[in-house]
Design a protein around this ligand. Sequence first.
Ligand code: NDP
Length: 311
Amino acid sequence: MDEAELMPGDVDLDVTHSAINYKDGLAITGERPVVRRFPMIPGVDLAGRVTRSTHPDFKPGDRVVATGCGVGESHFGGFAEKARLNGDWLTHLPDGLTAARAMTAGTAGLTAMFCLLALERHGLTPADGTAIVTGAAGGVGSFAVALLARSGWRVAAVTGRESEADYLRQLGASEILARDAFTTPGKLLQEQRFAAGVDMVGGVTLANLLAQTRCDGAIAACGNVGGMDLPTSVAPFILRGVSLLGVESVRPRIALRREAWGRLAADLDPALIDAMRETVPFDQALEKAKTIVRGAIRGRTVIEMPAAADS
Ligand code: NDP
């Protein structure tokens, strides 16, 4: 393709970095209908340098990031050297983050931060008890563990991969729990173990999490790697005052995005962000997208585009 074929937008970019999200894996393998039109350039995350802009907030040379907003689903995305986007979807690269670190976060880091903000806005604090994170060694999970621990929470990390226990402890997890312990249907109300949670899985796992949440606690639900259904009852809600907080990261809501990016840059140690990243060249993107759907990626995979060399 050439630049003339890019979709309409008021800002042009040289893409320096992108990243692989679970959703990109679903789009590329076709396992779920993520792509809304064909042809499509996938890649829901990108970072780059502005080369042309008629948007008042951006000028050539600016470093920017974009995540969600339909990019890689209905608008050409980050798996390309050039992008043309709506400036309202862009955020300036936050102070303190390189493009590679911003893409290490990407949709995963932003979603984990949205989950933390949702729990905080619900009024929960580390003094309330332990926070549980499922799918902990994945992208959103890694950031959720690190962000909650950084905010003072005692974190229980749920993983299906025992081999990732050291990695999760390095991110700040205090306790490692086996995924299998949450996948069998259980009683509607169980022992109250957790004050808060971030769930990547859905299905029976989320039902068990709700059943094990303490009175007035909350679970922020953002993922469905274990299924779209939720076989639960109203018991945790009406008998324990438990709340289920829905989190989605696609709609623009630029004020919330800027708050979350600022907090990500301020809260996380750059060395910890680096520990979550594997960097691959563009020609490995397809293979990695297939790997993520198998749940076999640790942390985040960042794609370095040729233009990164000039950045
Ligand atoms: P990853 O593949 O990086 O992480 C998912 C993790 O879940 C895996 O690493 C694995 O972790 C665990 N897992 C995989 N399969 C299963 C299974 N069958 N049952 C239980 N656990 C499993 O994906 P992302 O972090 O990119 O995304 C996680 C989820 O969040 C996805 O469903 C994605 O669509 C969703 N998401 C939603 C967003 C929103 O806006 N709401 C934004 C971003 C992501 P481990 O080996 O440690 O158990």
